[in-house]
Design a protein around this ligand. Structure first.
Ligand code: ATR
Length: 273
């Protein structure tokens, strides 16, 4: 039987993961199928168990990443820290390994695709929800001079800064305490979903220097990236590259082969246009 993979989510119709993994499989000559699974909101676990009766691996998206963390029989160190799982792999003994490739995907997009060197840089991460939490450890591994986590609810940023304090120079902030320009601003809030902006000062952007990255993406420029461009950001990047790179990392975990993400990202861009 051909190895089966999937992405679990709700909703799931919009997911680009089947397209991405289909292209990876074609490119690497791997025999597999990859489907989108609409998991019931009240029974992710039952749905996942049913799939893994025969399935080999699954990606997990909104809103099930924390439930997947609970379901996994064992966890990678990065999934443990992230408190969330976006990739499940069935091991030979039938148990499920939970991993989280989101942060590695972001860092690969920033460093490899965008060519940024994060060492010694001042990074501002907006948001302290699941998306932000998942990227802190890999960002700190790049040895920035400082990583400031800023959030509307400051207590959540403080809790995250404390959780990762042993890994590097991470601190917490409210939005309105921030003034000095930084090298890189990453928007990990879900504000863009509602067309909103995190209320930060544009003095954080040094025109022609600061790079801005929105983990969200869409057909049009996100509200955050529009704001950044208006205030002179040197570059604005969206999260489509992160999406492809986290998938490449998952493919590597499942199949032992790292696909070339560049042509797949180009194809997604073409389809989004
Ligand atoms: P996700 O898994 O996408 O991170 P989440 O865990 O619900 O989703 O977290 C959403 C994040 O976006 C939080 O940091 C939230 O701020 P609060 O912790 O203060 O709620 C942030 N957020 C959502 N809407 C926002 C808005 N309009 N302005 C600023 N921050 C917003």
């Amino acid at each position: 039987m051909t190895d089966r993979y999937c992405v679990f989510g709700n909703p799931i119709g919009h997911s680009k993961s089947p397209l991405i993994h289909g292209l990876f499989a074609e490119q690497t000559g791997q025999q597999l199928t990859y489907e989108a699974v609409l998991a019931p909101l009240d029974d992710f676990t039952g749905c996942a168990r049913q799939f893994f009766a025969t399935g080999k691996g699954g990606n997990v998206t909104v809103p099930f990443k924390e439930q997947a963390y609970q379901l996994a029989g064992s966890l990678s160190a990065r999934a443990q820290r992230a408190g969330a799982v976006n990739t499940l792999k069935k091991l030979d003994d039938g148990s499920l390994l939970g991993d989280n490739t989101d942060g590695a995907g972001l860092v690969r997009d920033l460093t490899r695709n965008a060519g940024l060197d994060l060492a010694g840089k001042r990074i501002l991460l907006l948001g302290a929800g699941g998306a932000a939490r998942g990227v802190i450890e890999p960002l700190l591994a790049e040895k920035p001079a400082a990583l400031v986590v800023a959030n509307r609810t400051v207590e959540k940023a403080e809790a995250l800064a404390q959780l990762f304090a042993d890994l590097g120079p991470v601190s917490a902030s409210g939005f309105d305490w921030l003034e000095e320009p930084v090298d890189l601003i990453i928007n990990g809030t879900s504000a863009s979903l509602a067309g909103d902006l995190p209320p930060i000062s544009h003095s954080l952007i040094k025109p022609g220097h600061t790079v801005c990255y929105d983990m969200m993406y869409g057909k049009d420029m996100t509200a955050f990236n529009r704001w950044a461009a208006e205030h002179g950001a040197a570059r604005t990047l969206d999260g489509l590259g992160m999406l492809v790179e986290q998938a490449a990392e998952a493919f590597l975990l499942w199949r032992g082969v790292l696909p070339d993400s560049a042509p797949v990202l180009a194809e997604l861009r073409r389809q989004l246009a």
